[in-house]
Design a protein around this ligand. Structure first.
Ligand code: G6P
Length: 209
């Protein structure tokens, strides 16, 4: 979802950066790239590790709540205009053609965002951070999604903007369309810069690769 369907990855970045700043930990776009697709708790652990900071659990919960409070403030006004290029058209096209669609996200805020965008009803299943036990790069989120859709991984295509997500898809036995920079998402089956012009025919051809 974040960074694939809607431009919310930038709000996660801003909230994590604000938190890291408050802890005097350096946090760059390169650091952020490693957090994309990674759960809230695992993201905090990585940031603390980068800053060589050891904290007790109560403090960690407090920091995660703070980050989420800031994130929720940033996404308060999210609207369908913030959907990424081509994403909405592709969802509508797949739906029209009877293709099953699942959301696989580490975010616990997924349903709220899909509702703000008015696209919740397009998804046959939603597997998100409130359901999974293991964050990407573990393939659990996609394996559960395929299973809920009653499909085998080999018959699904995963869309991902995150290194951790591409890894999860590949390890789960899925074809994966990376959205972003080929030098970052090199493990994906194919990498595109955005979803404009993406068609069902392309997905069918990728499934044959
Ligand atoms: C997604 C995003 C991450 C985010 C994670 C948890 O995977 O790519 O940047 O940290 O979800 O999101 P949450 O909304 O539960 O804090």
């Amino acid at each position: 979802m974040d960074g694939v369907i809607v431009d919310t990855a930038k709000y996660h970045f801003l909230a994590w950066q604000r938190l890291a700043d408050s802890l005097s930990i350096e946090f760059t776009h390169e650091h952020n790239e490693q957090l994309k697709g990674v759960s809230r708790v695992d993201s905090l652990e990585r940031i603390l590790q980068w800053g060589n900071l050891v904290l007790n659990n109560a403090k960690k919960v407090e920091l995660m709540d703070l980050k989420n409070k800031w994130y929720l403030e940033y996404v308060e006004g999210v609207n369908p205009n913030e959907m990424l290029p081509g994403a909405h058209d592709l969802l509508l096209d797949l739906k029209k053609n009877g293709v099953k669609i699942g959301l696989g996200s580490s975010s616990k805020n997924s349903v709220m965002i899909l509702e703000k965008l008015g696209i919740f009803s397009l998804f046959d299943v939603v597997i998100d951070g409130t359901i999974i036990h293991m964050s990407k790069p573990h393939p659990e989120v996609f394996l559960r999604g395929a299973s809920a859709l009653q499909l085998q991984p080999v018959d699904c295509v995963v869309f991902e903007d995150a290194i951790s997500g591409v890894q999860a898809a590949v390890d789960g036995g899925f074809r994966c369309i990376g959205i972003g920079d080929p030098s970052v998402l090199g493990q994906a089956t194919v990498v595109v810069s955005d979803l404009r012009g993406m068609s069902l025919a392309q997905l069918q051809s990728i499934l044959k690769q």
